[in-house]
Design a binder for this molecule. Structure first.
Ligand SMILES: Cc1cc2nc3c(=O)[nH]c(=O)nc-3n(C[C@H](O)[C@H](O)[C@H](O)COP(=O)(O)O)c2cc1C
Length: 189
């Protein structure tokens, strides 16, 4: 991967990575709000602004972790893997749950999901430019009614993802992308 971008926007798009290892340094909530106010300028057909958010910070993170653990219980016990994940989640400075309505109209649902995805990517890029990293998670438990119910997400709402946010302790290498020429058909006559 040799092309690194011609300007700051391109460099940020190419250079951003999903972060899994975070420093424990806190991330300022006002800064997250500011970044979300930037991200909301995503393209959005009909300006439905199909998003709401829950931000878990400090002691509040335990509610998020408890909801995760509730979804992991098997016959009244918690697998060690779930306990380890919970400990990992507790150490991450912020958890942002991104929620959209499950509109029954397919076209509207598609447009809403596209808009909120663009919004999330805006947020990731704007945060990256300030040195803040994150990972967008859609693990099975984020779809689990037990998890949703525990964090007051209604059945007619979708968790688009949970964004786990903090200052990167490790930035992984990029996984290569295929050349666009492989998937681009140019029709010019
Ligand atoms: C909609 C969506 C869902 C994702 N869900 C997960 C996830 O559940 N777990 C995970 O480790 N990464 C998840 N990711 C992050 C991708 O795995 C990551 O973007 C990909 O590996 C490329 O890495 P990069 O973002 O550093 O370029 C998700 C990304 C998107 C866009």
């Amino acid at each position: 991967m040799s092309y690194v971008g011609k300007n700051e926007v391109e460099k940020s798009i190419i250079g951003r990575r999903s972060i899994k290892k975070f420093k424990t340094d806190p991330v300022d909530i006002d800064e997250v709000i500011e970044l979300l106010n930037v991200a909301k300028w995503a393209p959005n057909h009909k300006l439905t602004q199909p998003w709401r958010f829950q931000l878990y910070s400090g002691a509040g993170k335990e509610k998020f972790v408890e909801a995760f653990l509730a979804s992991q219980e098997r016959d009244g016990t918690l697998p060690d893997k779930a306990k380890n994940k919970a400990a990992y989640f507790r150490d991450i400075p912020l958890h942002l749950v991104v929620i959209m309505p499950e509109d029954s109209r397919k076209k509207r649902w598609d447009e809403d999901y596209a808009a909120i995805s663009a919004m999330v990517q805006n947020f990731q890029l704007a945060a990256w430019e300030r040195g803040i990293g994150m990972i967008w998670r859609t693990n099975d438990w984020t779809h689990d009614p037990i998890f949703k119910d525990a964090i007051d997400v209604a059945p007619d709402e979708k968790i688009v993802g949970t964004l786990m946010i903090g200052y990167p302790a490790h930035i992984p290498d990029a996984e290569n992308r295929k050349d666009i020429e492989e998937v681009l058909t140019i029709i010019n006559e």
